[in-house]
Design a protein around this ligand. Structure first.
Ligand SMILES: [Zn+2]
Length: 344
């Protein structure tokens, strides 16, 4: 793949039990030679989804290409879990042709899609489409999930979940963010029930959204992939119950580059960084540092309040050893205050 071409990513949402895993499994088996990477956040039956998919032994998707994010709701752990994972995938020698993200049924899709606007990600990945999988019989019965108790258990088990959205709100958010809606388990509905469901859902969503019924998640990969929605660019038309919530205000990112005086030890810098991260809304820092008297270049990377540093190589002869960091944070980052703090 051309390194300059963005890698498409498909976000798959839907409640536990709606059939996301069988849809993905079917996708792997019919990927037409595309190398897929899967990021799986459905932890309701912990590890099961990942194991099911890893067991499929398909060459289009090896075990290394299946990454489980089991530390809770993907939209609530975006900075700590999802973004580093995407970045690690992008740094691989052999990058995937397509990335599939299976969210937990409790996740709000919009903040996740918004995370693809992260400065380091948006130049390399685009959201090809958001696919919402609906449990046909559950919908007909006025439920949102086939097993609401299991969804409730999932909610209680998730320590990182920071939104207590009712199921109908989550359901509507999933519909409103979708480019493609799959009415699954249609074999358990009559023709008329399926048509009624499609009409009712179709009346609620944006006109460009496609609805398809399917059974056992079996659907042509060409329908699922290659939608080309670039969803990260038209979030405004994807209404949600949580627009403007404080919970997920950490969505507009900002970054700036900061030149620093060379510190005398790595610890000196790390201690300043720790303070800056605590006080200001910094989500991520990274850069190269020249430590006084050292011939090696120091790499500094911070995600949340975890800061890593190591010497990676000697400064080259044509380089002037110097210290420079990229600081990334929420909208409204106080560049002046942070600069003052870090420049000492
Ligand atoms: Zn969340």
């Amino acid at each position: 793949m051309n390194k300059l071409e963005k890698i498409p990513a498909t976000v798959i949402t839907g409640f536990l039990g709606a059939g996301k895993t069988s849809l993905i499994r079917n996708l792997i088996e019919n990927a037409n030679g595309k190398r897929l990477a899967l990021i799986i956040n459905e932890f309701g039956d912990l590890g099961v989804d990942g194991d099911v998919l890893k067991g499929c032994g398909n060459e289009n998707c090896s075990e290394d290409d299946i990454i489980e994010l089991a530390n809770g709701c993907i939209c609530c752990t975006v900075a700590d879990e999802f973004l580093p994972t995407i970045q690690a995938l992008l740094n691989r020698e052999n990058r995937p042709d397509h990335i599939i993200v299976e969210t937990s049924g409790l996740a709000l899709p919009k903040p996740l899609v918004r995370a693809f606007g992260w400065p380091e990600v948006r130049t390399q990945v685009t959201v090809d489409g958001v696919i919402t999988v609906i449990d046909g019989p559950a919908y007909r019965d006025g439920l949102f999930a086939s097993n609401p108790e299991a969804v409730q258990d999932q909610r209680e088990a998730d320590e990182n979940l920071d939104h207590d959205s009712p199921l109908e709100e989550l359901f509507e958010d999933q519909l409103n963010c979708a480019d493609l809606i799959i009415l699954n388990k249609a074999d358990l509905l009559t023709e008329e029930e399926a048509a009624d469901a499609i009409n009712a859902i179709g009346a609620e969503v944006r006109p460009s959204v496609k609805l398809i019924k399917t059974s056992h998640g079996k659907i042509n990969a060409n329908v699922l992939l290659g939608i080309g929605a670039a969803a990260e660019d038209d979030l405004d038309v994807r209404k949600s119950h949580h627009d403007g919530d404080d919970d997920h205000e950490h969505d507009d990112f900002e970054s700036f580059v900061l030149d620093l005086p060379n510190p005398s030890t790595p610890e000196e810098l790390v201690s300043r960084l720790t303070t800056a991260i605590e006080i200001h809304g910094i989500l991520r820092v990274k850069g190269f540092i020249a430590v006084a008297g050292k011939e090696m270049r120091l790499v500094v990377q911070g995600v949340g309040n975890r800061i890593q540093h190591y010497y990676d190589r000697e400064w080259a002869e044509d380089e002037v050893p110097s210290s420079r960091l990229v600081v990334i944070g929420e909208h409204g980052l106080d560049e002046q205050a942070i600069s003052a703090l870090l420049q000492g």
